[in-house]
Design a protein. Structure first.
Length: 222
């Protein structure tokens, strides 16, 4: 079998480049459809590479993050989420955790914050066993977080409403003569007092027609 010529190698190389470009394009389309971005961190050089979607989701352009390091993104983290994110990375780099996995808020170009889910792992080590490269994925979970916050607010409102609602249930022991009600501790209370303590009801006093007539008759007789 004859060895391939330089021209043949060039053609084959060009063919492989085109096929790789097609595969890469299809992969990017798939990732974009799933709102999923990827990143690659060269730890030894502190250089981060990523696809365009990673910065587009934040409202930036690729030129805004050209030749940047890890800190270019961590500096955008919400103050309350910075240390948890850093700890998650330290735990993974030290081998304490198998994966780097964290949810955080990150500032967009407009100044607002979006929620991201970030996950990655070490892919390369040096001869001393120290991590030299990490790769991972990140995607926007803002919609999910907003839905969770709305749900939590509704739950809290429901709990508050239930706490404020008091109802009378079961058998209430009441005196057949004076109409006082017996409490669980054995004490007897007037109906008004008992009902007020065990419900949201309030009393306004008046006379029914029968009692009013009897009251008038009694006063007239006097």
């Amino acid at each position: 079998m004859e060895n391939p010529t330089v021209e043949q190698l060039k053609k084959e190389n060009e063919k492989l480049r085109r096929e790789l470009a097609i595969i890469t394009e299809r992969l990017e389309l798939s990732l974009s459809a799933g709102n999923l971005a990827w990143w690659d961190w060269d730890v030894s050089e502190n250089k981060v590479t990523f696809n365009e979607l990673k910065v587009k989701m934040l409202g930036y352009e690729m030129a805004d993050f050209r030749d940047v390091g890890y800190q270019a993104f961590t500096d955008l983290l919400h103050p309350d989420d910075y240390e948890p994110a850093m700890q998650a990375m330290r735990d993974h780099l030290s081998g304490k955790k198998k994966l780097y996995e964290v949810e955080y808020r990150i500032k967009t170009s407009s100044g607002e914050y979006k929620w991201f889910y970030d996950r990655g792992s070490v892919t390369d080590y040096d001869e001393d066993g120290k991590p030299t490269r990490l790769k991972g994925i990140v995607f926007d979970i803002t919609s999910r977080k907003r839905a969770e916050m709305v749900r939590e607010q509704l739950i809290e409102q429901l709990k508050k409403s239930l706490k404020e609602v008091r109802t009378l249930r079961g058998i209430v022991p009441i005196c057949a003569s004076c109409k006082k009600i017996k409490e669980d501790d054995g004490y007897w209370k007037a109906v008004e007092e008992y009902v007020t303590e065990h419900s949201e009801a309030m009393f306004s006093h008046g006379l029914c027609p029968e009692c009013a007539s009897r009251y008038m008759n009694d006063n007239t007789a006097d």
